[in-house]
Design a protein around this ligand. Structure first.
Ligand code: SAH
Length: 218
């Protein structure tokens, strides 16, 4: 193995121990993917040395790749067993999509900025991910074409849960989404059972805004 790969592997091990296991991430499948997915390849070259630090990083277009812990927490809350079809709103760098692709059957990911979507696809293609479908557009409308979804994850903050996402969620499915305005939001797990919807608040969090018809205005 080349020495650089070794260095990144050590950094990943440390990230998992210090930032995930020491907090409340205990799903072994989730911990295992975080030990394997090369996060440093999803951040711009100049931030690479900081890729495994305990904070978010800029990825261009004023957007960010979330802190590793938040990616892990949202992933754990999706309760993935392996057979699910997942919709991700907010492709960004593609890092969360890689994590999901390892843990479920297929991922549909939608991003507002074409530039970010193309870059994310390049990175994910180069790593060999073949179970991801890429869309560009307003993800607050969901992606009707591939619905229904067993799980939906929204990686930007929304004033409320966009109605189309609830409509495109399979019965018994769940959505993980940060809801709220301004500088702080509540991370919610929204479960759909028949015609009812149950919300559970997980913690406070901070995300970039979800901009679109059922999100924040431009
Ligand atoms: N999951 C990403 C995090 C990206 S940050 C990662 O792992 O890197 C949130 C992303 O949501 C940004 O790239 C932003 O452009 C995108 N976004 C915001 N509003 C959106 C919308 N209505 N539809 C799709 N993507 C949106």
């Amino acid at each position: 193995m080349n020495p650089d790969e070794d260095k990144w592997r050590v950094e990943r091990e440390e990230m998992v121990r210090r930032q995930l296991e020491s907090r409340d991430i205990d799903d072994e499948r989730v911990l295992d993917v975080f030990r394997r997915v090369p996060r440093h390849l999803f951040v711009p070259e100049r931030w690479r040395d900081d890729a495994y630090s305990d904070h978010p990083l800029s990825i261009g277009e004023g957007q960010t790749i979330s802190q590793p812990y938040i990616v892990a927490l949202m992933t754990q809350r999706l309760e993935l067993k392996g057979g699910e079809k997942v919709l991700e709103v907010g492709t960004g760098s593609g890092y969360q999509a890689a994590i999901l692709a390892e843990l479920c059957e297929s991922v549909v990911t939608i991003e507002r900025f074409g530039t970010l979507s193309v870059k994310a696809k390049e990175t994910l293609d180069s790593l060999g991910y073949a179970n991801i479908t890429y869309c560009v557009g307003d993800g607050t409308r969901g992606v009707e074409e591939h619905a229904p979804y067993d799980r939906i994850i929204v990686t930007a903050s929304s004033p409320d849960v966009p109605r189309p996402l609830v409509d495109q969620l399979a019965d018994g499915g769940l959505i993980v989404i940060p809801v709220g305005g301004g500088f702080s939001q509540d991370l919610l797990v929204v479960r759909k059972k028949g015609t009812g919807v149950r919300r559970e608040s997980v913690c406070k969090c901070v995300f970039v805004p979800l901009v679109g018809k059922y999100g924040f205005p431009e």
